[in-house]
Each structure stands twice: as structure tokens, then as C-alpha cells.
Design a protein around this ligand. Structure first.
Ligand SMILES: Cc1cc2nc3c(=O)[nH]c(=O)nc-3n(C[C@H](O)[C@H](O)[C@H](O)COP(=O)(O)OP(=O)(O)OC[C@H]3O[C@@H](n4cnc5c(N)ncnc54)[C@H](O)[C@@H]3O)c2cc1C
Length: 471
């Protein structure tokens, strides 16, 4: 085990475990994948030596594992992506064999001996996003059930499910986050909407039975990793009431009678993480798997969970933006056109400057938002004051918009070559465009932040008890 709990496998060792990805020493990916940047740039953060090594390791994983796997997956049919031997499984297994799934957990849940700082988490998330938005998404939704069990689960559930999941180094466990439904997308993300009591009946309903609950219904076709997940973190409405308060949050074993999956979706972007429907035809959920029961805790929990997902995905989006910026920079320096490099043109210089300005600003704000969220999630410490929804949502909106604008500019700098399926910027543009919808649309996240700032701007804390009382 290396620094900070991540196994620092040599490139050769990683290569040996990835025969499908490492075709030969000369052409290790078996395809063209840009590695420009090399993780070399001036980061204004003060990192310790350990943190610097971890960043290098994460970048190497992004270069050696994530980008080549993502490149192959992007070109496959939806069914090929989820078939045995797909680079998706190899990439996930590699992350697990190197211990990345433990990196963000507290020590008592099997994480590093000393909890990773929020800054280090941001650095690693940015590298994963730089490597592949889809595989970074798969990595994050895999962690979600375990993180929630570590905070809300009983000791029995921790022993029976969390411990083997955390110990797994082959990818036997894989999580997903099943929240949206065919008739409920944005409305399940904008928890602060005063109209939430009129959302109507959900399409996944939980019925009370002896010893637990039974799930009937379905989740949307957009559940990331839905087609392959072994377990889902599920939101389900209890009793059919249209109010958010009457919902529960549970971790559900997907390898049991009554679970069916729809075909994997064929999406424009984020094709490296399979998405698909999950149907629940009378699926039993024992009481111990219900982490948050129906009641005022549920909306407060969902609000704070969304603060975490928002501030995490914003750091991943910064990685996507940096990847696009680096592709444009490389191209502007090396493309000879009209007798000289593109970078001699003033408009190209100003575009590169504007891209750099946005990436740097998004990075600074995303890191600040994640640090505040991590420090203030209920239970994080005795001083935890509740994570700030307006800041978390704003970080997400800003970073996603940055990723899209920077990818769009990168395409313009690269010109026709950037529109070719052989160019990384073409994939980055499709991924960045999808980000404007993934995990909440920009408009809905912004409206959620606006409601919070109008109601709470002068507040510096989000008392959890009070929050529960208001719902
Ligand atoms: C790549 C990707 C990954 C995803 N992963 C997951 C996942 O892991 N799990 C999961 O459950 N879901 C997932 N989703 C679904 C995602 O959360 C939803 O797509 C998103 O929340 C938007 O919902 P919708 O697509 O149903 O759009 P709708 O809610 O139908 O919205 C359509 C349009 O109407 C606007 N709109 C909607 N409501 C309002 C309002 N109240 N006020 C103003 N404008 C509004 C929206 O901004 C948008 O422009 C994923 C989606 C993508 C693209």
C-alpha cells in the first residue's frame, strides 16, 4: 500500500492486469489517445509531498487506464459496453485493485488512516474527470451507497455489505444512484421547490410489509451504471403521497427476484458509463437496508446529499474543462497553417486566455465548495453547520458551464480536425454537453440555489434539526 492508502502499482503491473487495454509496448492503447498535458501545470494549491505523489498517481491512472478504456467504450455499441470483458469492467477493477474506492471514505469505514483532505479529494476528482467523465461518473455512483451506509447504516449492514464492498479489489460490487424516473427528472433534483408537494405519485413506490418494504415500479433510463450495478442507492415514495417527506432512501441488492433492467441507452455523450432503466417488480427491502425512512429527515438528507454530489461533480467538471483546454493549447502550438503556428493569431491567444481564466476560476470555486461541504455535512464534526446548498449548486453550475464553454472553444481552435471522431475534443465536447443535464440541469440547479439565497442569504449555518422541522 502506498501513500494515503492508494496502492502505487507500477505501470508494468497495471499493464499486466490490463491485457485488453495495453495492446503492445509501442502502441499501449491499441488506438490513438491524446496524453498531452502530462499532469504538468502550475496548481496554485499548496500540496504536501504525499498529495503531490497522489496527484501524479491519479494522473497516471487517467492516462494509462481511463482514457484508453473510455476511448474504446465510446466507439462500442451499448450491448458491447456491458458485455463480459468490456474495458468498462477492466477499468473499474483496476481502480478497485489500486484502492481508489477507499480513498474518500473515513478511516472507520475502511478509508486511509488519516482522512483525505478536501483539497486532495478535489485534486483526485479533477484527474479522474480529465481521464474520462463517464468512468469518473461510474466511480462516483459506485461510492454513493457505501458512503451513505458508512454514515447512516446499522452495524449489521456495515458488517454484511460495506466491509466486503470496501475489501473488494476485483470489481465484484458496483453501485448506482437511482433517483430520477420517466415522469420525474428535474423535480426530484430541485428539493427546495415550494411546489414539491404537487409532484404527484412517483413511479417507484415503497409499500410497508412485515420486516421492511416492497418496491414496485421503475427508475429512468438515465441511471448511470444502472445496467451493470450490483446494488442501487434508491429513492422511493412511500404510500403514494405526492410529498417529498413521504419518501425513503435505501440500498437495494439488485441481484434478487423482481429486479429487471432495460436495455442500455445509446447516448450522445458520457458513453463510457452505461445508463439504463431498472424495474422493481415486488422487490423486498429489509428494514436494515432503509438508511433514511419517510419523514422530515428525508428531504433534509436529500438536500445535503445533493450538496455533496454537486460539489463533487463540479471538481470532475473542472477536469473535463482542463482536458479540453490542454487539447486546444497543444493544437495551437503545434498546428502549422499559413506558414506558422496557429498560436500567433491574436484571436487564438485571447481564446486560450479566456479558457485558462475559466478553468482556473472554476477550479478555485469548486475546491472551496467541496471543502465547505465536507466540513459541514451533518455529522462531519461537532462544529458542522450544514452544507450550503447555494454554494454547492453554484459551484456545480459554474464548473459545468465552464466545461461546456471551454470544450466549445477548444473545438473552434482545433477547427475541422476537432470535428473528426479521431479527435479527443470531439468526445470532450459531447461529454461536456451532456454535463449540462447530468445530475440536474443548469437551470434547475440555478433555481434551487436562487431559492436558497433569497431565503437564507444572511445565514451562516443550516441547523439540521430546524431544517427537518421546516419540511
Ligand atoms: C449523463 C447522465 C447521467 C445521469 N445519471 C443519472 C443517475 O445516475 N441516476 C439518475 O437517477 N438519473 C441520472 N440522470 C438523469 C438526470 O438527473 C436528469 O436527466 C436531469 O435531472 C434532468 O431531468 P430530465 O432529463 O428528466 O429533464 P426534465 O426534468 O424533463 O427537464 C427538461 C427541461 O425542462 C427544464 N425544467 C424542468 N423543470 C423545470 C423547472 N421546475 N423550472 C424550470 N425549468 C425546468 C429543464 O431545465 C430542462 O431544460 C443522468 C442524466 C445524464 C444525461
Amino acid at each position: 500500500m502506498g501513500l494515503l492508502g492508494v496502492r502505487t502499482g507500477s505501470r508494468e503491473a497495471v499493464a499486466q492486469s490490463l491485457p485488453a487495454l495495453f495492446a503492445s509496448a509501442d502502441d499501449p492503447y491499441g488506438c490513438h489517445v491524446s496524453t498531452f498535458g502530462g499532469g504538468q501545470f502550475l496548481d496554485l494549491a499548496e500540496l504536501t509531498d504525499d498529495e503531490r505523489v497522489l496527484r501524479q498517481e491519479a494522473h497516471r491512472i487517467a492516462v494509462d487506464v481511463l482514457r484508453p478504456a473510455a476511448w474504446s467504450l465510446d466507439r462500442m455499441t451499448p450491448m458491447e459496453r456491458i458485455s463480459p470483458g468490456s474495458p468498462f469492467f477492466t477499468a473499474m477493477a483496476t481502480l478497485k485493485s489500486l484502492g481508489y474506492h477507499r480513498l474518500f471514505l473515513p478511516p472507520e469505514a475502511g478509508g486511509p488512516d488519516e482522512r483525505l483532505s478536501a483539497l486532495t479529494q478535489s485534486v483526485v476528482l479533477e484527474e479522474l474527470g480529465w481521464g474520462s467523465l463517464g468512468l469518473a461518473t461510474a466511480f462516483l455512483v459506485d461510492m454513493l451507497p457505501v458512503m451513505c451506509i458508512s454514515n447512516f447504516g446499522s452495524q449489521e449492514l456495515k458488517d454484511d455489505l460495506m466491509v466486503p464492498w470496501v475489501d473488494d479489489e476485483t470489481g465484484s460490487y458496483h453501485g448506482c444512484w437511482a433517483i430520477t424516473e420517466p415522469d420525474h427528472g428535474s423535480d426530484f433534483i430541485s428539493v427546495r421547490d415550494s411546489e414539491s408537494s404537487t409532484y404527484g405519485r412517483a413511479q417507484l413506490v415503497a409499500e410497508r410489509v412485515d420486516g421492511g418494504w416492497v418496491l414496485r415500479g421503475q427508475k429512468s433510463a438515465w441511471v448511470s451504471s444502472g445496467p451493470i450495478a450490483t446494488h442501487a442507492a434508491v429513492h422511493a415514495q412511500a404510500g403514494g403521497d405526492g410529498d417529498l417527506v413521504h419518501s425513503l432512501f435505501a440500498v437495494v441488492d439488485l441481484d434478487q427476484p423482481g429486479v429487471r433492467r432495460g436495455p442500455p441507452a445509446d447516448m450522445m455523450g458520457v458513453r463510457d458509463d452505461p445508463q439504463g432503466e431498472i424495474f422493481f417488480d415486488g422487490v423486498a427491502v429489509p428494514e436494515r437496508n432503509v438508511l433514511v425512512p419517510p419523514g422530515p429527515l428525508y428531504p433534509a438528507f436529500q438536500d445535503q446529499l445533493l450538496c455533496l454530489t454537486s460539489s463533487v461533480i463540479s471538481n470532475v467538471a473542472v477536469g473535463v474543462a482542463r482536458a479540453a483546454f490542454e487539447e486546444a493549447l497543444h493544437h495551437a502550438r503545434t498546428r502549422i497553417q499559413g506558414g506558422g503556428p496557429l498560436s500567433r493569431h491574436k484571436n487564438i491567444q485571447l481564446t486560450l486566455y479566456a479558457m485558462f481564466e475559466r478553468v482556473e476560476t472554476a477550479r478555485a470555486y469548486s475546491r472551496a465548495a467541496l471543502a465547505h461541504t465536507q466540513a459541514n455535512l451533518p455529522g462531519a464534526s461537532e462544529q458542522a453547520a450544514g452544507a450550503s446548498p447555494r454554494h454547492a449548486r453554484t459551484a456545480q453550475v459554474f464548473a459545468k458551464r465552464t466545461a461546456y464553454e471551454v470544450a466549445n472553444d477548444a473545438l473552434q481552435v482545433v477547427g475541422a480536425q476537432g470535428l473528426s471522431r479521431d479527435a479527443l475534443v470531439e468526445k470532450l465536447f459531447r461529454d461536456a454537453r451532456s454535463l449540462l443535464i447530468e445530475d440536474g440541469t443548469l437551470e434547475v440547479l440555478a433555481l434551487d440555489a436562487a431559492r436558497d439565497l433569497i431565503d437564507n442569504y444572511e445565514r451562516t449555518d443550516y441547523d439540521f434539526e430546524e431544517m427537518m422541522a421546516t419540511w
